[in-house]
Design a protein around this ligand. Structure first.
Ligand SMILES: [Mg+2]
Length: 254
């Protein structure tokens, strides 16, 4: 593609909109560890000598990618355990689906606040390079914990705007795959969508980028599904943002 900058973006791009989990932060392992702690405490108390711990395979099969409450239900069903749903304000650790979900979130927050989360360094360097080139930057995430994660990574200063789960709720914005949170971020930056680039690792994020008619959509492939990212509208797929600046592109590569 002609007219690309040193950042690997079309020359008319003025702003970059970054997803958090999987693009900026390596939060997947922290989520898995918090789930294990919450479930193991519950199961140990319930099953005593018959206790079987929550495993990585359990995480991949029953919890990863699902809404928090669905993850609790799906995993417990796999062990033949039924719990009452309870209410969203059940105290963390209550023997209900909501109580376990809240305990998991509490443990997740404790971990990220005590330094248990890492950044993708290639992304941080890319954001610094983009800002040095005069581009505006925003973080766009469904997470209500976005601020805590950015604070833990000491990365808050890298963004001119933040549209996260808290902001989306305040402004009544539907989440991805709807484009509304990305559109709000572009508006906050004063840049039309056609002159903003989206950086996402989720298929729903690709859909949002296409639906919002953004100028460029970069799919970040950490798990080997680049074909699916392209199918959902990526203009280019990379395994790390360092590829956008560092390596010469092959002839014909998008
Ligand atoms: Mg993500």
């Amino acid at each position: 593609m002609s007219g690309m900058t040193d950042l690997g973006l079309p020359e008319n791009i003025l702003a970059c909109l970054f997803d958090l989990d999987g693009v900026i932060s390596r939060t997947a392992a922290v989520h898995a560890a918090a789930w294990k702690q919450a479930f193991d405490a519950f199961l140990r108390e319930r099953d005593g000598a018959d206790f079987r711990p929550f495993t990585d395979a359990d995480y991949a099969e029953y919890v990863d990618g699902r809404p928090r409450v669905d993850g609790v239900r799906t995993f417990l069903a796999s062990r033949g355990v039924g719990l009452p749903l309870g209410a969203p304000d059940d105290p963390p650790g209550t023997a209900t689906v909501h109580g376990l979900a809240r305990r998991k979130n509490e443990l997740f927050l404790e971990r990220i606040r005590s330094g248990g989360v890492e950044a993708y360094e290639g992304t941080l360097r890319y954001i610094e390079a983009a800002r040095a080139d005069g581009l505006r930057t925003a973080v766009v995430s469904a997470s209500a914990n976005c601020r805590d994660v950015l604070h833990a990574l000491d990365a808050e200063h890298l963004f001119d705007a933040r549209v996260d789960g808290v902001v989306a709720a305040e402004r009544h914005l539907p989440g991805k795959p709807h484009p509304d949170t990305f559109l709000a971020a572009a508006r906050d930056l004063g840049v039309p969508p056609g002159r903003a680039a989206v950086f996402e690792d989720a298929l729903a994020g690709m859909d949002a980028g296409r639906a919002g008619r953004f100028g460029y959509v970069v799919g970040v492939d950490r798990v080997g599904r680049s074909a699916a990212l392209y199918a959902h509208g990526a203009d280019r797929v990379v395994t790390d943002l360092a590829e956008l600046t560092g390596e010469p592109r092959e002839p014909g590569e998008r």
